[in-house]
Write a protein that binds this ligand. Structure first.
Ligand code: UDP
Length: 319
């Protein structure tokens, strides 16, 4: 198979590139290196089946050319992380909406299958446990930048489904819950790489708010396995799937676990949300994926538990 990965120099995209190359596929990555890093794909340099194109998905002509050369496009290029969206509100909206429309329209011209990566942010503040794919989306005010991420990713999903219904474009939408693993950076707010780095350096581990908010973390290679199984399943076409690990943990417990696994002397410091993000910031209290649709379709169960995922991430950061 010939695959295009938009955002393939990012955390998840680079692991996807590894997995496709291991299967024997040909991989082209397009990445503008705005939040991705060449270091994430450095080890692939010299692989004859790998190509890195440093360019932007904002360019339709670039996408048209690349899309005409492949069988499938994995669209991962997007604004990454809550902190990034708050700090770069305009660019985040433009990349998520115009960038995705460019990817889908170019794919449609080449009749190329698309996997659209979406997010659990789609559900917003809905605390239903667990969250099924058809759950309500509950969002706060437009004056709170965080919710633009959820809204733009929802537009991406609507667009992908519209291309599927009206143009018969083969699309699969995956809603990723929190991921973790090597190559994830804390630069854009992601909690696990931030905690691991803080603990290894003996700095205070910064828990935002009271730490009672809960998250489920899926090891990145488990996520990739699910994505690759879905593309081989015709019944997945035109469908939306949650991908995640159902075990949840409070952010306070996560901080304690990271401190213990790194054998760090660090202590926990509670940072108010308005200091960590912006005034009026609203966090998501919890979000556990209902993965029954994924299990019924591809028989998927995550294999790596949180302790093991953290151990591998810690090893990466030590290196
Ligand atoms: N968080 C934290 N300390 C940090 C970074 C994040 O307590 O240094 C919290 C954040 O407020 C949120 C949770 O960890 O409640 C997960 O944050 P992340 O940005 O990784 O994912 P998301 O909020 O998008 O689920």
């Amino acid at each position: 198979m010939k695959a295009l990965i938009t955002g393939g120099a990012g955390f998840i995209g680079s692991h996807l590139a590894d997995a496709l190359l291991e299967r024997g596929d040909k991989v082209t990555v397009i990445d503008d290196l705005s939040t991705g890093s060449i270091e994430n794909v450095r080890h692939l340099e010299g692989n004859k089946r790998f190509r890195l194109v440093i360019d932007t998905i904002m360019s339709e002509s670039v996408l048209d050319k690349l899309m005409s050369e492949v069988d499938i496009a994995f669209h991962l290029a997007a604004s990454v992380g809550v902190k990034y969206v708050i700090d770069n509100p305009l660019k985040s909206i433009q990349i998520n909406i115009t960038g995705t429309e460019n990817v889908l329209s170019a794919a449609n011209r080449s009749k190329c299958k698309v996997v659209l990566t979406s997010t659990s942010e789609i559900y917003g503040k809905n605390t239903t446990d667990p969250l099924r794919e058809d759950a309500q989306r509950i969002l706060g005010s437009t004056t709170i930048a965080r919710w633009s991420y959820s809204a733009t990713k929802a537009v991406d999903e609507f667009l992908a489904l519209a291309y599927h219904r009206e143009k018969q474009l083969p699309v699969v939408i995956v809603r990723l819950f929190n991921n973790c693993g090597p190559r994830q950076t804390g630069q854009y707010g992601m909690v696990i790489p931030r905690f691991v780095k803080q603990a290894l350096l003996g700095h205070n581990v910064t828990v935002f708010g009271d730490g009672s908010q809960r998250r489920c973390f899926c090891y990145v290679k488990d996520t990739i396995k699910a994505i690759l199984a879905l593309i081989d399943e015709p019944a997945a076409n035109g469908e939306v799937f949650n991908i995640g690990n159902r075990r949840d943990i409070s952010i306070s417990e996560l901080a304690e676990l990271v401190i213990s696994l790194t054998k760090s002397e660090s202590v926990i410091e509670h940072v108010p949300y308005e200091q960590a993000y912006e005034r009026g910031f609203e966090d998501i209290e919890r979000g556990t994926p209902d993965t029954s649709k994924l299990k019924e379709t591809i028989g998927f169960e995550p294999e790596v538990n949180l302790e093991e995922a953290l151990a591998r991430t810690i090893e990466y950061f030590r290196g």
